[in-house]
Every structure is written in structure tokens, then in C-alpha cells.
Design a protein around this ligand. Structure first.
Ligand SMILES: Nc1ncnc2c1ncn2[C@@H]1O[C@H](COP(=O)(O)OP(=O)(O)OP(=O)(O)O)[C@@H](O)[C@H]1O
Length: 253
């Protein structure tokens, strides 16, 4: 399934926050969205997920504007994990992950074995099988993030949109979660701050600066010392890692 943005704009309070962004995500690829604080990553993520309508331009899903999909129809195709999901304190891990199956069920349909299996697989993917009966309010920040990812996976999407999915995770879980996302055949857009994780796990990188897309391409093309200095204002040394063959960035400040 093809996801694209065509000259997408979003304004709020008279301010242009996303400024005519055009990009296309190849089917099955993982696109990393990087940029300094306030550059518009979360705003663009919400537009790409269809959570918000653009002020200009269009987000296209397989050639159709995303705003023309019904909610249920869209939820069967696109799942999203936002930075600060609102979740009721009293629900359990299993309740949250089961919510992922909502777009496939009607008021009269019983919970099926397929639903159960998909939920179990999603829990296993994020390593939370043992925590299924825990209540949301007892979970750590990292556990909540993994539950939300499991809920998004249980939605069986063609497109997965993630806003900083690793910011509460320890290094083991950061790597495991991004490796999982990169290996899925699902088309993924992930807003991410850690440039080394972006270099290692993304097929393509899009760079935002003050709401504008300033670069887009393979990590090798995009993550240059010059771009890091210009956009992030940090001097860096960039080289291919002899351990995993992807770029490794050392910051020199
Ligand atoms: N609803 C809103 N109304 C007005 N301004 C907003 C709104 N949402 C975001 N902004 C502003 O738009 C800019 C981009 O915000 P956004 O959260 O998209 O950036 P970001 O790149 O995700 O930032 P960060 O890396 O800090 O998470 C910021 O200056 C922010 O204050």
C-alpha cells in the first residue's frame, strides 16, 4: 500500500507548522522522520496517519486522499502510536492490545480464534506475554510504549505510523523494537531522535527543518556530516560501522 504526502501544509494559530511537504514511502519500507525539536515531526505524523486534515495539499493512500476514507476503513489499513497515548487507567494490557481488533469486529461478532492468535502474536512481538493481566496504571513508561505498539500490530495494518516509539525504552528494547519494525513487511513511518538508530534500522530518512522537508533519501545519502552540522548544529564524524555495516555517527561536542 502506497503512502504519500503531496504539498501537505498544516497551519495552527496563523502559524505554518508543516510547510508544503511532499514525500512518498515505498511499500514495505521503513522511513525515519528526523529533525530538531519543534521541526514538525509529530505534526506531520498526525497528518500522515489521517488523525488531522491538512490545511493544504493531501495525504494519499493508494491514490485516494486519506480524508476520504471512513474511520473503520482507515483503521484497517493504518495504525498509529502517538507519543502520549490517552489510555484509561483501569484497563489491562490484554484489554489495550485487544482494542487493535476493533476495526474488524461488529457489535454482533464473537471474539474469534484468529483475533486471539493475532493478539497473542502481538504480545509476543513486544515481549509482554507475561504481563497481560497487569493494569495500565502499574506499567512503566517503556512497558506502556510496548503495549501501544502491540495494540498497533494487532490492528494488522498495511501502514504503521510511530511517533518516537523508543523514547522510554532501554537500549535492548530500543534495538529489539526497531529491528522488529524494520523486519515487518508493513510500510512504516517512524519519527525518531536517535540518528544512530535511524541510520541502522531505516531504509530511508526524511529530514524536517522548520516544517519543511529539507532532505530525503537513503541513510547513506542523507546522514552526512554536513547535514548534521547544518540541521542539528552539531559537529559529527560519520563512518560505516565495521560491526553492522550501517552508518555510525560520533558526536564531537
Ligand atoms: N496544536 C498546535 N497549535 C499550535 N502550535 C502547535 C501545535 N502543535 C504543535 N505546534 C507547534 O508546531 C511546532 C512543531 O511541533 P511538533 O510537535 O510537530 O514538532 P516535533 O518535531 O515533533 O518536536 P519534538 O522533537 O520536540 O517532539 C512547534 O513549534 C510546536 O510548538
Amino acid at each position: 500500500m502506497m503512502l504519500g504526502a503531496e504539498r501537505v501544509k498544516w497551519t495552527s494559530g496563523g502559524r505554518l507548522i508543516v510547510d508544503e511537504v511532499t514525500l512518498h514511502v515505498e511499500t514495505g519500507q521503513t522511513l525515519g522522520l528526523i529533525g530538531p525539536n519543534g521541526s514538525g515531526k509529530s505534526s506531520l505524523i498526525r497528518l500522515l496517519a489521517g488523525l488531522r486534515a491538512p490545511s493544504g495539499g493531501a495525504v494519499m493512500l493508494d491514490g485516494k486522499a486519506i480524508t476520504r476514507f471512513g474511520r473503520r476503513e482507515l483503521a484497517r489499513r493504518v495504525s498509529v502510536v502517538e507519543q502520549h497515548p490517552s489510555t484509561e487507567a483501569s484497563v489491562t494490557v490484554l484489554d489495550v492490545v485487544r482494542l487493535g481488533r476493533t476495526p474488524y469486529r461488529s457489535a454482533f461478532s464473537a471474539w474469534s480464534e484468529d483475533d486471539e492468535q493475532i493478539v497473542e502474536e502481538a504480545l509476543a512481538h513486544v515481549g509482554l506475554e507475561q504481563h497481560r493481566d497487569r493494569h495500565w496504571h502499574t506499567l512503566s513508561g517503556g512497558e506502556r510504549q510496548r503495549v501501544q505498539l502491540a495494540r498497533a500490530l494487532a490492528q494488522s495494518p498495511s501502514i504503521l505510523i510511530l511517533d518516537e516509539p523508543t523514547n522510554h525504552l532501554d537500549i535492548q528494547h530500543q534495538i529489539e523494537i526497531l529491528r522488529l519494525v524494520a523486519r515487518l513487511s508493513v510500510t512504516t513511518v517512524v519519527a525518531i531522535h536517535d540518528l544512530n538508530l535511524a541510520a541502522r534500522f531505516c531504509d530511508a530518512i526524511a529530514v524536517l527543518e522548520e516544517g519543511k522537508l529539507v532532505a530525503c533519501g537513503s541513510p547513506l545519502e542523507i546522514l552526512t556530516q554536513e547535514l548534521i552540522a547544518r540541521v542539528f548544529k552539531v559537529e559529527a564524524h560519520v563512518a560505516k560501522s565495521e560491526y553492522h555495516g550501517r552508518l555510525h555517527i560520533q558526536f564531537l561536542m
